[in-house]
Ligand binder design. Structure first.
Ligand SMILES: Cc1cc2nc3c(=O)[nH]c(=O)nc-3n(C[C@H](O)[C@H](O)[C@H](O)COP(=O)(O)OP(=O)(O)OC[C@H]3O[C@@H](n4cnc5c(N)ncnc54)[C@H](O)[C@@H]3O)c2cc1C
Length: 299
C-alpha cells in the first residue's frame, strides 16, 4: 500500500494542475473567500460550526506574510458581517514563522486583535515538529493580549502530555489531532494504536483540568471510544466538540453527533495555493493518497 501511495503521490505531483484537481477538489472549499464563506453558510444552515483556513505555509517573504495576515483580518470582518458560526485557523509558517519568530508574533497579534474586535476565536494549527517549540512560544506571547485563542496538540508526539501539564487550565483551549506530518521515532509514536491511545489519554487529561478540547478525527473507532468515555464519565459538553476536515466522507456520523446535542466543527480550507499545498501534503504523507482514492471509489 505504501508503494502504491507513493506512486500516486509522484504521479499527481507531476501532472498538470487540471488532472490533479479531482483529487483536491472534494477537500478544498474553493479559491476565493466568497467560495469558502458560501460553504460555511451551508454548513451553518445544516447545524455545523466551521473554522476557515487559507491554504499555504512556509512563506519566506515579509510582504506575502503580511498580505496573508490582512486576508485573515478581513475574514474576521466578513464572518461578523454575515453572522457566521465560524472561527479562524492559522498556520504559523503561513504568516512568517519561517522568516522569524518576531514576524510571526507581529502578524499573529494583528490577527488576534481583529478576533478581539469581533469577539471571535483564533486557533493556531500545529505544523511539523521543527516548529513545535516556536508555535507554543507564539501562543504564550499572544495569549495575554486576548485569551480567546487556542493551539493544536498532536497525539503522535511524545511531548504532548507534558505540554498539556504545562499549559492546561480551565482557560486553555486545544484541538487534539493525531498529527499529519512524517515524524521520526525519536519524537513521535509510529504505531497507529499508540497514537490513538495517546489521543484518548490527552483528551482525558484535558478534561481533568477543565480545559476545552476539539476532538479532530475521522477515525470511527476513536470517535466510538471518545463517546463511550464521554457518556460513562458524564463529561460536560461545554468541555469538548468534534472536528473534521471539509469533504471527508463520514457516512451520517456527523449528523448523529449533532442529534446527540454535540457540537461539530468543520475545518474549511481555501485559497489559490490549493495545488502546491495538496502536493506538499501528499509528499509529506503519501498515505493521504490512499484515503483520497478510497473515498473517491466509495462515492
Ligand atoms: C479539524 C482538523 C484539524 C486538524 N489540524 C491539524 C493540525 O493543526 N496539525 C496536524 O498535524 N494535523 C491536523 N489535522 C490532521 C490530523 O492530525 C490527522 O492527520 C488526520 O485527521 C487523519 O487522522 P484521523 O484521526 O482522522 O484518523 P485516520 O485513521 O488517519 O483516518 C480515518 C479515516 O479518515 C479519512 N481521512 C483522514 N484524513 C483524510 C484526508 N486528509 N483526506 C481524506 N480522507 C481522510 C480516511 O477515510 C481514513 O480512513 C487536523 C485534522 C482535523 C480533522
Amino acid at each position: 500500500m505504501s508503494f502504491f501511495n507513493s506512486f500516486i503521490t509522484f504521479t499527481i505531483s507531476n501532472l498538470p494542475k487540471g488532472f490533479a484537481k479531482p483529487f483536491a477538489k472534494p477537500y478544498v472549499a474553493g479559491v476565493t473567500m466568497d467560495d469558502a464563506l458560501s460553504h460555511v453558510h451551508r454548513l451553518n444552515n445544516n447545524g455545523f460550526d466551521a473554522t476557515v483556513d487559507i491554504l499555504g505555509e512556509h512563506v519566506s517573504n515579509v510582504d506575502e506574510a503580511r498580505n496573508i495576515t490582512a486576508q485573515y483580518c478581513q475574514l474576521y470582518q466578513r464572518i461578523a458581517e454575515e453572522s457566521l458560526e465560524c472561527t479562524i485557523s492559522v498556520k504559523p509558517t503561513h504568516i512568517g514563522l519561517n522568516i522569524s519568530l518576531s514576524e510571526a508574533v507581529f502578524n499573529m497579534t494583528a490577527i488576534l486583535e481583529k478576533a478581539q474586535e469581533f469577539g471571535n476565536f483564533l486557533r493556531i494549527d500545529m505544523e511539523n515538529s521543527a516548529f513545535t517549540n516556536q508555535t507554543f512560544e507564539i501562543f504564550e506571547q499572544c495569549k495575554p493580549i486576548y485569551e480567546n485563542m487556542g493551539v493544536a496538540i498532536q497525539s503522535y508526539l511524545f511531548r504532548s502530555q507534558e505540554d498539556i501539564e504545562r499549559l492546561a487550565d480551565s482557560n486553555f483551549n486545544s484541538r487534539i489531532c493525531k498529527g499529519i506530518y512524517r515524524e521520526s521515532s525519536s519524537v513521535a509514536f509510529q504505531d497507529r494504536e499508540d497514537i490513538k491511545n495517546n489521543f484518548l489519554i490527552l483528551a482525558k487529561s484535558m478534561a481533568e483540568r477543565n480545559a476545552f478540547s476539539g476532538y479532530a478525527t475521522h477515525d470511527q473507532d476513536l470517535i466510538d471510544k471518545l463517546l463511550h468515555w464521554i457518556e460513562t464519565e458524564n463529561i460536560s459538553p461545554d468541555l469538548f466538540e468534534f472536528q473534521v476536515l471539509f469533504g471527508v466522507p463520514m457516512e451520517g456520523r456527523l449528523e448523529a453527533l449533532l442529534e446527540k446535542g454535540y457540537k461539530v466543527r468543520v475545518y474549511v480550507p481555501y485559497g489559490p495555493d490549493w495545488f502546491d499545498y495538496s502536493v506538499r501534503r501528499l509528499k509529506e504523507n503519501p498515505d493521504i493518497a490512499g484515503y483520497v482514492l478510497w473515498n473517491m471509489f466509495k462515492k
